[in-house]
Design a protein around this ligand. Structure first.
Ligand code: NAD
Length: 463
């Protein structure tokens, strides 16, 4: 267990990183690459410890820890390492006869000294992935891991100083008081991943310094089911997407919109998958994780007690052990408690709809989700949903793993996030300023651009 950083140390940490940024420590690409390589070594040298910590924090199996956090983190770091040179090259602008002599281009300048605040649910990927992007961009960085994943955050706090240059990256540990102190200070950019409620605090603090912010938030992700779709596939993918990480996944399906005509057969498919995934029941299964804290478990228990829906599977809770059974609830009215906020736990409400139009209407009454999911083999059906809704991502017949798809941005829109996306080059971009560059030439004054100088005579205007 690592102690929180002393609050009065925090301005000093920021000051040191600002000095090293200004001194040009991160300017050489070779140094950025060296730091990124060290980050990769940090993860691979201690992979076993990280796996165990993931089990301590979230009850994750080694497979789930590896698949959802450790491997994607290593891929992000590896992409940054291999691409830093290419990403950092200036962009050319389209050829123009008027301007080409001035060599217009776009420099890829580091924003400067940046702050990354992350949540508990993917405690490596969501902090070390963006860190790799910030290092590639040439920033100096403070990271603030979540206090709710103490084992992983503790390892990060222990190993970052052993692997990375302290003039380049520092870890601030702690919760609200420490983050509040961080937010009082000016930064050149903040990446905040977490809940919308805290995002409002982050954004209003940043506004005082006109600091740019990227927010990666959550929301209620709907799943629309085409009655003619492959229901077995849909059931298997939804059950995995929902109950992996005990439902504590920002891109997890939050609620299902199931047409009346298939409701019975589809719920049977869901129950079949449940017994395949957890043959001895989820309580005994090593593959089924836990809530992050007792408070989070208690919140789920209350939701289960207060819903007016019919629980068709699950409902068992054991708050002391942070255990909440995978729970499916049907007959959910759009005003039910399960439809109020992002569930962020293993409860899956089913809202029965007449048809796809009603499903779209229900989606559009809410704030924009991070992901709208559709299960359909019919492109017309899929496009109808995607064309008539808005969300960070529009995903068909898959769940969650689009985060790992090379080249796709991972980010929200409106209430689910703004200011850029994370993953791959998008991580680099949020910490990079695209700086317009032009090199003026004296001889253009003898050509067309001479007309700008006073006196503005009629001859010049005609010319
Ligand atoms: P959270 O907002 O409670 O905490 C996130 C970070 O903010 C933590 O580091 C925490 O210490 C800090 N924090 C908490 N309260 C604060 C306050 N009052 N002032 C300043 N800082 C504060 O989020 P969480 O519970 O850790 O994560 C869950 C949320 O994150 C969900 O809403 C989920 O959907 C979202 N999420 C989004 C993404 C994405 O990429 N879009 C990824 C993961 C999680």
């Amino acid at each position: 267990m690592v102690e929180p950083t002393a609050v009065d140390e925090i301005p000093k940490i920021r000051e040191e990183l600002q000095q090293s940024f200004l001194a040009g420590k991160m300017r050489p690409i070779s140094y950025r690459r060296e730091q990124i390589a060290k980050l990769a070594h940090m993860v691979s040298d201690h992979q076993e410890e990280f796996t165990q910590a993931m089990n301590a924090d979230l009850g994750r199996s080694a497979t789930e820890a590896d698949f959802l956090d450790i491997q994607p983190t290593l891929r992000e770091i590896s992409e940054a390492y291999h691409s830093v040179e290419k990403w950092s090259k200036p962009d050319r602008v389209p050829f123009s006869l008027n301007w080409f002599v001035m060599s217009p281009s776009i420099r890829k300048d580091p924003k400067g000294m940046v702050l990354i605040i992350s949540p508990f649910n993917f405690p490596m990927l969501l902090i070390l992935g963006p860190l790799a992007g910030a290092l590639a961009a040439g920033c100096t960085v403070v990271i603030k891991p979540s206090e709710l994943s103490p084992a992983i955050s503790g390892l990060i706090a222990k190993y970052i100083p052993q692997y990375l240059d302290r003039d380049v990256c520092r870890v601030v540990m702690g919760a609200v008081p420490e983050t509040t102190k961080l937010l009082e200070l000016p930064w050149d950019h903040i990446l905040y991943t977490g809940s919308g409620k805290v995002a409002k605090v982050v954004l209003s603090s940043a506004a005082k310094h006109l600091t740019s912010v990227t927010t990666e938030l959550g929301g209620k992700n709907p799943v629309v089911i085409d009655p003619k779709s492959d229901l077995k596939l849909a059931a298997r993918r939804i059950m995995w997407g929902k109950f992996a990480n005990c439902g504590q996944t920002c891109a997890a399906p939050d609620y299902l919109l199931v047409p009346q005509e298939i409701e019975e057969v589809f719920t049977k498919e869901l129950l079949d998958v449940h017994s395949t995934f957890y043959p001895e029941g989820p309580r005994k299964s090593d593959s089924y994780p836990r809530m992050a804290t007792k408070q989070h478990a208690l919140r789920m228990k209350k939701l289960i007690e207060e819903t007016n829906g019919k629980i068709i599977i699950g409902g068992e809770t054991e708050v002391e052990d942070r255990f909440i059974a995978p729970t499916i609830v049907k007959n959910i009215h759009p005003n039910d408690i399960l439809m109020e906020d992002e569930i962020f736990g293993p409860i899956l409400p089913i809202v029965t709809v007449k048809n796809v139009d009603e499903a779209i209407q229900i989606i559009n009454k809410r704030e924009h989700a991070l992901t709208v999911y559709v299960f359909s083999q019919d492109a017309t059906f899929r496009n109808k949903v995607f064309d008539n809704t808005r969300s960070g991502a529009a995903i068909a017949n898959e769940m969650v793993i689009y985060h790992a798809t090379d080249g796709l941005p991972f980010g929200g829109v409106g209430a689910s996030g703004s200011g850029g996306a994370t993953t791959g080059k998008y991580n680099f971009d949020i910490f990079t300023h695209s700086r317009a560059t032009l090199v003026g030439r004296g001889f253009v004054d003898t050509l067309v651009l001479s007309g700008r100088y006073p006196p503005h005579t009629p001859e010049k205007t005609k010319a």
